[in-house]
Design a protein around this ligand. Sequence first.
Ligand code: C2E
Ligand code: MG
Ligand code: MG
Length: 687
Amino acid sequence: MNSLLSKIRRDPQFRIQIAYRTALLSMMALLWASFLILTFAMNRGQSESAVFQDIAKQRMLSQRVVLLGQLALRATSDEQKSEILVLMGESLAELKSAHTDLAKLIGSLDTKGAVAETLHDVYFSNPTQLDLRMRSLVTNANRFSTFLMNSPDVAVLYLGPMEELASSVILPALDRVISIHNGVSQRSAAMTKYVHLALLILSLALLIVIWRFLFKPLAAKIGMRTMQLQVAHDNLQYAVLHDSLTGLANREYAMTKLRSITESSVEESPIKVAIFHLDLDNFKSVNDTYGHTNGDRLLELVANRMQAVVGNNGTACRLNGDEFLIILDTISASETVSGIAGNLLCALNKPTNIDGLFTQVQTSIGIALFPDDGKTRKDLLVAADLALYEAKNTGKGTYKFFQPKMIIKYNQTKTLEQEIDRAIEERQFQPVFQPQINATSGAIIGVEVLVRWHHPERGILLPAEFLDAAASLGKMTQITRLVLEQAFETAAHWLENGTEFGRIGINFSNQDLLLHGFVDEIAAIAEASGLTCERLSAEIVESVVINNDDTQCMAALMRLRELGIKVEIDDFGTGFATMVHLNRKLFDRVKIDRQFITNLDQSERNLIIVDSIIRLSTALGLSVIAEGMERQEEIDTLLELGCVEFQGNAIAPPMPANIAGKWLKAHNKTPLLGRPSNETATASTTH
Ligand code: C2E
Ligand code: MG
Ligand code: MG
């Protein structure tokens, strides 16, 4: 018992079970009691009506006997008399039997009850003595029958008492019995009614108790549990379809949504749907430079900004890493897809402060429209992807709409990829040379080696057209080796015939730096051609340094310096976070990117940037070279800012070996800051 009680106290589920069962049992008990009472009342009613019928019968028979006696006396023939006597005999027998049964029943009643006592009195006590009187009636009637045929005068003597008995004693006594019975029936009916009412009230009270103490708390509990379940279900649903870091919808959600959009018939969706495929251009470097925690925070920030721009126009999803997909399916009339793309770039390309560190990500966006650019999910994604690829290849930090020609371009790239091996084998990659001069002394300080692909069908291809393909195939080191072998041979030839060229500038790719021992291999090739390392300089693109802030890349840079090869940071200003790298004493020179030199004399912003780069580099003890000047005004502005080293078409364009050789010779003879002779410039522009 104790353990049961403690279980009830401890276990709420058990408590509910117990309460539930108790309620059920109580209800069953009440129903059972109700059933018993009804049955009892019905049985009683049945037996009472039988008794009542018996009494009514006796009443009728006693009158009939007297009536038949009177008829028999008046009968005219013996035949008639005897017929009536037969009837009278039958009625008497019935009366006697009915009376005997009832008298026996009443005689056997326990006389403690008031009703039983009264009935008893009526039947067996004075003044009524119904039993005795009934038997007298029967005796008188028998005697009347006996004497009627032979001695009618004697028979008459019995008829008078019979009439007297029947009318003045038996009938009132039977009426009294009937009224006693009626009273009893009414009382028991009233009793049954009260008991029923009590049961009903009890049932209702029990129902209220059950509702108040069992079902109400139970319902509240069930409601609460259901709500908790719903919340858990919603959370699960949310987790399945959302990215845990940014809270944006995830790839799963994006793919399902795209499927439902593309599977709904085009007629059903008159509104066009736009798919934005976004990629952060330099996210890897943020991760590498600032650590993954800050990288995550940047992603959260980007997601928030994205969400703010997208608003109710669609859904922003994170596919993975720094890749996002935006599905714009409810573009309002006032907004255009390109408007939203522009807003996105503005919001996402803003400088960001993470934990006191300022950084800036650039985002490229590829846009595809449904159903114009693809009717299936796969086609749409490919279209958006190709547009993104194009956006990245045309300067990054921008957006591009899908155009069918991108497929052609993509296929061309794929074809180029297939042709690269053969091109290496057939030495189709060849160097061109672009001089660098010092404006103060007029001396040639270097010659940058730039690769050209002499494609058998498409003519001369620029690096922008094939370097990415070569890089994605991992062919960069082979191309660098091939190009430099030829460049060193040319430079050695210039040395032999006394053509001064300063240093040979080599563009080292990411893959070149990461291939162990490659730097030494290049130095060995140079030396084999007759060039010492002092004749070489290495140009490392800013993004290569940042994206490979690992030991291997740093080791390669150190090795270059150990070998006596000058190291310079190329395309300076196009990446970010380069101050960190500048401060590491890894570089000898900074090469300001062409985008800041173009229109330098007209652009206030470019002027500020270039001025800052020059001041900073000078302060850090680094020399500065500007590339890409095409006009005298740009040169003049650079000179005013204190930059004296130049490489650009205004000085000389990239030229093949023989023309470059001639240009160098000519310039060496007349060491002035100037352009190539008309003859040379015309000859070289084709390259
Ligand atoms: P870069 O190293 O910054 O080379 C300078 C680029 O600017 C060259 O483009 C050059 O032709 C161009 N340039 C120089 N002055 C002017 C000018 O006044 N106006 C204009 N419009 N352009 C000018 P190019 O040859 O197309 O090379 C593009 C980039 O490809 C190079 O940029 C370099 O990053 C890469 N590259 C070229 N050759 C090689 C190579 O052999 N190996 C590697 N790894 N990368 C290379
Ligand atoms: Mg370069
Ligand atoms: Mg450059």
